[in-house]
Design a protein around this ligand. Structure first.
Ligand code: UGA
Length: 442
């Protein structure tokens, strides 16, 4: 028997979480203040590009197990309330904006029924959850206990459905009061994955908050580590891809997240390491999180490196030179352009006077609407025809599948900058291209 579940906030995390909870057999209502988003979801349309989500939305709609609403009062019947709102970086600061989290719990509290549990999934700075509990305690109706469990989410965009249904692990942050009952309730929600053996770790609030933030800090550090090695390789003739393969064979290091290139972007890694630095400083721990400054700086430097390479190739003729930028999303299989390295590079090239033509298989609509600076084109061909330089910045499969011999016929200059080390250098070189790959000998 499924539970009655509410999901508050229907962004990347909430929309996927709601659809997956319905897929698990629960009776779900997703709530958001964004009318357009709710209208799309209610019509069975995914507001984001996320593989597998459209199918889930359609099947959940048909089953009648998933409803959408803009009215927070519609959560009142739920046994479990998941809060999935964002914590974006504050403009002009490193700290995360937790207003949506506090706002969501404040508006949820008066609608909680006796015995129901609130579950926080948002990424928050350590020390936030006890304050969330206070908000909940202040807002619940008489006779209702403020029950809270912190259950960070580790999904990756592009794999969000799979990561939600079959995660690597569950983390439950609890405090002593109601701990056992809250854990048991969340176990019911995730019964299928738990039965399949997914590890479940029960921690205190602070540890649960930190697991999420430190996991992302570690991933960002791993990427910047290999990108620092790429810089050393560029200066010394080494090949960072071969280096990553070789060190990755050591299981203690592991090959994953050693993809050198233009670095990390998106709505999570960059803002999470900055929020961690800000929180560390507030706690008087500036030195403990100082390394993240280097991680961030290395990441930003890799974007500059691509801009430099384009400028070097074009020499005196930068202004008006046609350059094809392949990719706008922060990574493939997503239409998310938040802090996208590709668009950062494209905008910097525009600032130099380059005639930039950006293509992306999924992110064009959102890029045109939100980052109107660069020139966008609907087809790869439009980007390539007459281009003096081809710059790959998001490694979509369609770009991996390009035939270098065909591209050679279209472009005006046979120069490829592979910002993701994703293309077969030899094939492109055989087609007459000079290939610059980050961290690899030309
Ligand atoms: C990241 C984490 O991987 C998730 O575990 C976490 O749940 C999520 O943030 C979150 O906090 O919500 P995501 O932002 O979807 O997930 O993307 P990643 O797959 O981590 O990629 C982040 C960036 O790193 C991308 O721009 C990607 O191109 C880049 N990257 C990744 C590299 O440059 N090299 C690599 O080897 C791997």
């Amino acid at each position: 028997m499924g539970l009655k579940i509410s999901v508050i906030g229907t962004g990347y995390l909430g929309a996927v979480h709601a659809a997956c909870m319905a897929e698990l057999g629960h009776d779900v209502v997703g709530v958001d203040t964004d009318v357009l988003k709710i209208e799309a979801l209610a019509a069975g349309r995914s507001p984001i590009f996320e593989p597998g989500l459209p199918e889930l939305l359609v099947s959940a709609r048909a089953s009648g197990r998933l409803r959408w609403s803009t009215d927070i009062a519609d959560v009142a019947d739920a046994d479990v309330h998941f809060v999935c709102v964002g914590t974006p970086q504050k403009p002009g600061e490193y700290a995360a904006n937790t207003d949506y989290v506090f706002g969501a719990f404040a508006s949820l509290a008066p609608h909680m029924k006796a015995g129901s549990v609130a579950v926080g999934k948002s990424t928050v700075p350590v020390g936030t959850v006890p304050r969330v509990l206070e908000v909940l305690q202040a807002g619940v109706c008489e006779g209702v206990d403020a029950r809270l469990i912190w259950n960070p989410e580790f999904l990756r965009e592009g794999f969000a459905v799979k990561d939600t249904l079959t995660p690597d692990r569950f983390v439950y942050g609890v405090e002593r009061e109601f701990a056992e009952a809250n854990v048991a309730r969340l176990d019911e929600v995730y019964a299928r994955a738990l039965a399949a053996g997914t590890p479940r770790l029960v921690t205190n609030f602070a540890t649960a908050e930190l697991v999420k933030v430190s996991a992302n800090a570690f991933l960002a550090t791993k990427i910047s580590f290999i990108n620092s090695m790429a810089e050393v390789c560029e200066a010394s003739g080494g090949d960072v891809v071969a280096l990553a393969d070789a060190i990755g064979h050591d299981e203690r290091i592991g090959r994953k997240f050693l993809g050198a290139g233009v670095g990390f972007g998106g709505g999570c890694l960059p803002k999470d390491i900055r929020a961690f630095m800000a929180r560390g400083e507030e706690l008087g721990l500036a030195e403990s999180v100082e390394f993240l400054r280097t991680v961030d700086a290395t990441n930003v430097r890799r974007r500059s490196r691509v801009v430099e390479l384009v400028r070097d190739v074009l020499g005196e003729d930068v202004v008006g030179a046609p350059v094809a930028v392949l990719g706008a999303a922060f990574k493939p299989n997503s239409d998310d352009i938040r802090d996208s390295p590709a668009l950062d590079v494209a905008e910097r090239l525009v600032a130099l006077g380059v005639d930039v033509r950006v293509h992306d298989p999924e992110a064009l609509a959102v890029a045109r609407a939100q980052r109107p600076g660069p020139g966008y084109v609907d087809t790869v061909d439009e980007a390539l025809v007459g281009a003096r330089v081809v710059v790959l910045l998001t490694e979509w499969q369609v770009y991996r599948d390009l035939d270098p011999a065909d591209v050679a016929e279209q472009v005006a200059g046979r120069v490829l900058i592979d910002g993701r080390n994703a293309l077969d250098r030899q094939r492109w070189a055989e087609a007459g291209f000079t290939v610059h790959a980050l961290g690899r000998p030309t």
